[in-house]
Ligand binder design. Structure first.
Ligand SMILES: NC(=O)c1ccc[n+]([C@@H]2O[C@H](COP(=O)([O-])OP(=O)(O)OC[C@H]3O[C@@H](n4cnc5c(N)ncnc54)[C@H](O)[C@@H]3O)[C@@H](O)[C@H]2O)c1
Length: 263
């Protein structure tokens, strides 16, 4: 992507105060996009926005009211990077299976941020994109959206949900010949605050490296340039970034007419 290629395009980034969101916001701003950094961590969000010449707006992605208010006041958006997310954070002994001790509150929290946050975000930004005839919606899933992460089945559930959501919206976009591109970022381990200190130490002991968050920021730019609808962008330390577009032999979109619901 050439410098200033995104000039004039307005981008919203969720979870932009830290890690991958911060890296993507940085790359988008470097390319001349008009970036709106959002998060619930106002202090770090303000600092990121000041550093990269962007605006910061408080947005809890779990609140559809907050989404509507932000889009009404600061939209319309040409680009939405729906990135905010957490892990389950379930505490358990090494010999205990996951989810047995999962509380309702912890379950609702991760579903609210990782799933509702993406659905509410896409729903809020889409009408203006449809009206203007174009747009890009990129969600941060994970490698755990494609392969099971046995240590955190609920995180795996949410990220598979994000991949399925993006792929289905991409199919719908093609069916309606809308120029709205949906894709998912699917990185492996990235060196950010979501990974706790103990895990980082284990990675170092095992001589395993994590991705720099800017690799994901670069891939966000690449996805905006290549516009591969429905793609899952797979990133793993030491490997070339690859694009995964799995097309099974049967595709609902070829057999079900637009507007018909399948249960
Ligand atoms: N770091 C990794 O190894 C990795 C790998 C694959 C996918 N991911 C995904 O990347 C995304 C970004 O995570 P990260 O690794 O940069 O972690 P991070 O903890 O550095 O950043 C997450 C950001 O989301 C914000 N956030 C949390 N709850 C929020 C809410 N309700 N509303 C708005 N913002 C909220 C946090 O304040 C934080 O700034 C997540 O979706 C995560 O699941 C991370």
């Amino acid at each position: 992507m050439n410098e200033q290629e995104l000039n004039g395009r307005r981008a919203i980034v969720t979870g932009g105060a830290s890690g991958i969101g911060k890296a993507a916001a940085t790359r988008l701003a470097e390319q001349g996009a008009d970036v709106v950094v959002t998060d619930i961590d106002d202090a770090n969000g303000e600092a990121v926005a000041a550093d990269i010449g962007a605006r910061y707006i408080h947005l809890d992605v779990t609140s559809s009211d907050e989404w509507d208010a932000v889009v009404t006041k600061h939209g319309p958006f040409d680009i939405a990077f729906l990135n905010a997310g957490i892990s389950t954070g379930e505490e358990r002994e090494p010999d205990e299976l996951p989810i047995v001790n999962l509380t309702d509150a912890a379950y609702r929290q991760i579903m609210g941020i990782n799933v509702d946050g993406v659905v509410f975000g896409a729903r809020a930004v889409l009408p203006a994109m449809i009206e203007r005839g174009s747009g890009d919606i990129i969600a941060t899933a994970s490698m755990a959206g494609l392969v099971p992460l046995g240590t955190d089945p609920i995180y795996t559930l949410t990220k598979h949900a994000v991949v399925g959501f993006v792929r289905a919206l991409a199919a719908a976009s093609e069916q309606h010949a809308a120029d709205i591109c949906f894709s998912a970022m699917c990185p492996g381990f990235v060196d950010t605050n979501i990974i706790d200190a103990e895990f980082k130490e284990q990675m170092i002991e095992l001589q395993l490296s994590m991705l720099d968050p800017l690799v994901v920021g670069d891939t966000v730019l690449r996805s905006l340039s290549e516009r591969r609808n429905g793609a899952q962008w797979v990133m793993w330390h030491g490997l070339e970034t690859s694009v995964y577009e799995w097309n099974p032999p049967i595709d609902f979109t070829t057999v079900v007419p637009p507007g018909v619901s399948v249960v």
